[in-house]
Design a protein around this ligand. Sequence first.
Ligand code: KIV
Ligand code: ZN
Length: 511
Amino acid sequence: MSDKLIIFDTTLRDGEQSPGASMTKDEKVRIAKLLEKMRVDVIEAGFPIASQGDFESVQAVANAVKDSTICGLSRALDKDIDRVGEALKGANSARIHTFIATSPIHMEMKLRMSPDQVVEQAVKAVKRARQHTDNVEFSPEDAGRSELDFLCRVIEAVIDAGATTINIPDTVGYNVPDQFGGLIKNLIERIPNSDKAVFSVHCHNDLGLAVANSLSAVMNGARQVECTINGLGERAGNASLEEIVMAVRTRQDIFGCDTGLDTTQIVPASRLVSGITGFPVQPNKAIVGANAFAHESGIHQDGVLKNRETYEIMCAEDVGWSTNRMVLGKHSGRNAFRTRLNELGISFEAEEELNDAFKRFKDLADKKHEIYDDDLQALVTDASVEAENEHVKLVALKVCSETGERPDASITLSVDSEERQAHSEGSGPVDAAFKAIESIVNSGSDLQLYSVNNVTNGTDSQGEVTVRLEKGGRIINGQGADTDIVIASAKAYINAVNKIMAVDDRAHPQL
Ligand code: KIV
Ligand code: ZN
């Protein structure tokens, strides 16, 4: 059995299916470039048939990334598969991932197909995909609730038809580790041609067991794990990449395989994904949480000072905690700025975009003397957020907050290039600013979540604000960053409003 564990990242596909986590094409390319730098083996870039936006994102990632294999998802339908083939034309290395459900409940209630029809369609789909590429992955959706004999039958047939990776999804996160590991072992032992394919797993986290189930599968012969940065994904999410990668690396004695990843890119990737999607990372999250390497108890601190290994099983530096370097300041030039952005995997297609970002950097450096990598990431996210949403822009904001007085805000917005002004009171300066914006834009949405995170330490840090709005059942996240958190809040609100106004080009069909 191979000692290489293939890491298949699906942040840009399953991760994007988290309500409110939709990403633009440019954001997807930025994340993909960082995943490439991390040496992720396969990047699932999207679901091209879902929308024109998804198609173009997969195409853009396929053109931009050269070292990782780029994968696109398709149902087991000719038109889906051909669309993936088209989107992946520019890829150095392309994979088509096709799926059809195999559990009794999905076949009867959702597909309304007999088991024989499902086998036939699965085989046809794999053969069709092989006309585009010889790297074809097949998933029996809801495998975790499928019957073993039927799974064996479908999988044997699709391997014969040319599938090179067989992915076993626990689509609804129903399995537990012993059972799921046993399933993988049984499949590999019972399917006569199982040696012709790599077995993969894709676990959802509904019972909080996605990582445990994936690792149990690895111990039982799986050699590819599908996962996402920060465990982002449909409902409770997917197995988190950082936990899988660090578990197999830290416990080499147990797993007998390893990934070839550059783990120092893990924390930067976590921050990038969190900044772009607006999904904060909980402080006690393993590996990438702010407290993951912090020791509070005196006994622990004393132990670590004497010998780090008394209370630490991994080095913070190995997962990229020290990479948030202070790199630039007020006197840094354009070239240094561009060079550091390139090192962070950020590049601009047009010189104008770089000029714009450089101007923002100089403005920030005037307010905040030490500029860290995280500041640069926030600055670029903020810039792309504004650039892509043209309808409403913040022109000016003035808030007044005084002890014993009701705060008020005066705002000027540009709405489709026409300046509009409003004034509002609120229970706090942020509330007043939001009310003033709403009185101009009348978005008719409900505020569901408001959160502020400091980008770096210190009171001069930029605040990164996430605003979640709901309208007609649709959830939209907006982000904004600024050293003034009321301005950051207004930017985040305006960003969400712009997304609501934009034509929804990124809807996903129900899987
Ligand atoms: O959860 C799931 O079953 C999926 C498949 C498309 C692999 O995301
Ligand atoms: Zn999934």
